[in-house]
Each structure stands twice: as structure tokens, then as C-alpha cells.
Design a protein around this ligand. Structure first.
Ligand code: SF4
Ligand code: SF4
Length: 335
């Protein structure tokens, strides 16, 4: 199982599309001990631990202490990359996967995050000696051209993978309906580029493509992030959640470190009876259960999934046998 440890809800970034955790949702420091965590994980002989925030590198000492004292088959880090230079080399090498928030072209990244050069410098430094997965984790928002921005990440030649999530449902719908039409076209353009490159013997690790291609062999039965099924988040006060992003929602709280937790969250209609379910798994628990943009907004977002899946289906014979991810690493697969 994957355990996503929220080391702190605080963040040192100020990205336009991210409000962070609301004040008061959880304490700023861990309220449980390393022993509590060890006892909790002792029921699992192959735990993976993902450090998450806020910005987890703000709690570097705690992270190092946990790596020193708590066994995990895989350590994973999700970071904005600003403090990566402070993580000692020997600890960088402990990670199987490091996901870095990176939005593509300089002007796009800087508009949303404002720190392109600094983050890229840190990524390049790490790339010199880190041989795990180094994933560019993009938010695709209204200024994103998914074709151009993913191609840009690939051209940098310093990330091993690129993944993205569309900025939808949590945010205002302003501009989405127009943007999404272009997004769907650009995804197809990117997909055709990917297929052409496969024809030339190169396979780029574009996570939504290789992740959905995997579902042709092993269909999804729940959201591909596995939240609530094989992936659980632990808040700073020791609650066990299905998904890390909404600690205040009742359906999302599955237990705590001391009393244990239940596995499974009901996936609501229409997903279980949707013809795309085996490739999509209902996309995201939050999306499935909280219809913040109403049914019409739900369908608009679903259309992005269907567009992507149909593209993969149409070229399935040209796609090599891929399996991704090899272990849960917090990538959601479906953008
Ligand atoms: S495409 Fe939409 S309706 Fe179908 S399974 Fe995915 S999220 Fe659910
Ligand atoms: S895809 Fe949805 S359910 Fe899964 S981790 Fe992200 S927000 Fe949570």
C-alpha cells in the first residue's frame, strides 16, 4: 500500500491556481510520533511512503528522521522543487520517485508559479546523480498548450516522465469551456506525436498515455490514483484519509493511526456503468463524489477522458507493451 504523509500543510510557493490547505484544517506540525507511524505501518510488509504537503521539504529534518527509522519499499517525494538543493545526496538516492511541480514553457510556468529557473536548476543538479523516476508534474490550466508544454518538458531532457492534471472543478469555471476544446485537440496532437515517435523506436514516458495503455491489460476498478483502495493519506494529526486533498469531507476520513482504517470508498453513478470505466476508474474520488460544476461540468471533464481513451484505442496495435506505474507513486494517470 502507499501512504501519503502530509508533513505540513504549509507551503513556500504561491502558485496562482493553488489555494493550499485552508487554515485550521490540520496542525502545521506532526502530532504523532515516529513510533506511532512504525506501529501503524507494521501491519503492512511492503509499505511505500510518499512525502507530501504543503511543501514537505519545509520539514526536511522530519523527513530524514522518517527515512532513517521507518522502513518503506519505496520512498516518494512530491515537491515544488524550490528546496531540493537542501536534500542531501544520500537521501535523494533513497527515493524511487521524485515528482516536481513544473508547468512546461518558461512563460507558462512563470505565470503560474514564478520560479522556472530556480526549479530547473535544482532538477538538473539532481539529475546528475539520481537514477529513479524524476517526474515533471504539470497543472494544465488556461494558459497551457498541452502539446507545446509537454514537448518543452521532453526537450529539456532532464525529467524521466511527464504527467499533468487539468485545472478543473476545484477552481472557477471561467474560460474552461473554451479552453477545453483546444485542450482536447492538443491532446490528440500530442498523442499523434507520441505514436510517430514510437514508430521511430522512441517511447516517451508521457504518464497519461502509458498509464491508460496499461489499463488495456489490467482494467481499472477504481480511480487510478488508488485513493481509498491502495493509497491512503495521513494528516499531520494522524487521520487516515482516502485522498490527501480534502481532509474535511466525511466520506474521505477512513480512520486514524491508532484505531486503524477501513478500505474502500463507494464510486457513485454514472462511473461504474460508464463504458469508459475500465480505462478511467471514475477518474478521481473527489470528482466522482462532489459535483462542484454540476452535471454539465462533470460531463465536460469526462469528455477529456473519453477523448484520450478513444485516441489510445484507435492506435492500440501501434503501442508497445507497457506497464505503468510499476509501483504506486502518486501519479493519478487520468489528467
Ligand atoms: S469517463 Fe466520466 S463517467 Fe466515465 S468513468 Fe470516467 S469519470 Fe466516470
Ligand atoms: S485523483 Fe482525486 S481522489 Fe485521486 S488523489 Fe487526486 S484528488 Fe484525490
Amino acid at each position: 500500500m502507499l501512504y501519503i504523509l502530509i508533513l505540513t500543510p504549509e507551503c513556500n510557493g504561491s502558485c496562482i491556481y493553488c489555494g493550499g490547505f485552508e487554515e485550521g484544517l490540520m496542525p502545521k506540525e506532526l502530532k504523532f510520533t515516529i513510533e506511532d507511524l512504525k506501529n501503524f505501518l507494521s501491519n503492512d510488509d511492503k509499505p511505500s511512503i510518499a512525502f507530501y504537503g504543503g511543501e514537505p521539504l519545509l520539514k526536511l529534518d522530519v523527513m530524514i528522521d522518517i527515512i532513517d527509522k521507518v522502513y518503506a519499499e519505496h520512498y516518494i517525494l512530491q515537491t515544488n522543487g524550490l528546496l531540493l538543493h537542501r536534500l542531501p545526496k544520500d537521501y535523494v538516492r533513497e527515493f524511487s520517485t521524485i515528482l516536481i511541480s513544473f508547468d512546461g514553457r518558461r512563460e507558462v510556468h512563470n505565470y503560474y508559479r514564478g520560479n522556472y529557473d530556480k526549479v530547473l536548476k535544482n532538477v538538473k543538479e539532481i539529475g546528475k546523480f539520481f537514477d529513479g523516476e524524476l517526474i515533471a508534474r504539470m497543472v494544465a490550466s488556461r494558459r497551457t498548450d498541452i502539446y507545446e508544454d509537454v514537448r518543452h518538458v521532453i526537450s529539456l531532457n532532464c525529467f524521466t516522465h511527464v504527467h499533468w492534471q487539468i485545472d478543473a472543478v476545484w477552481c472557477s469555471r471561467d474560460g474552461f469551456d473554451v479552453w477545453v476544446e483546444k485542450y482536447n485537440r492538443d491532446v490528440l496532437r500530442l498523442f499523434n506525436f507520441w505514436i510517430d515517435e514510437i514508430g521511430k523506436g522512441r517511447i516517451y514516458n508521457i504518464v497519461p498515455f502509458i498509464g491508460i495503455a496499461t489499463a488495456f491489460k489490467k482494467p481499472f476498478t477504481y480511480p487510478p490514483c488508488s485513493s481509498g483502495f491502495e493509497s491512503f493519506a495521513i494528516t499531520t494529526d494522524g487521520k487516515v484519509l482516502a485522498c490527501p486533498i480534502c481532509p474535511d469531507l466525511e466520506w474521505n476520513v477512513l480512520g486514524d493511526l491508532w484505531k486503524g482504517f477501513r478500505v474502500g470508498v463507494e464510486i457513485l453513478d454514472p462511473c461504474p456503468r460508464c463504458e469508459f470505466f475500465s480505462f478511467c476508474g471514475g477518474r478521481c474520488l473527489f470528482f466522482n463524489r462532489e459535483r462542484l460544476w454540476g452535471e454539465d461540468g462533470f460531463e465536460k471533464v469526462c469528455y477529456t477522458v473519453k477523448n484520450l481513451v478513444k485516441a489510445l484505442k484507435s492506435k492500440i496495435n501501434e503501442i508497445p507493451d507497457v506497464t505503468y506505474p510499476k509501483f504506486l507513486n502518486t501519479t493519478e494517470i487520468i489528467p
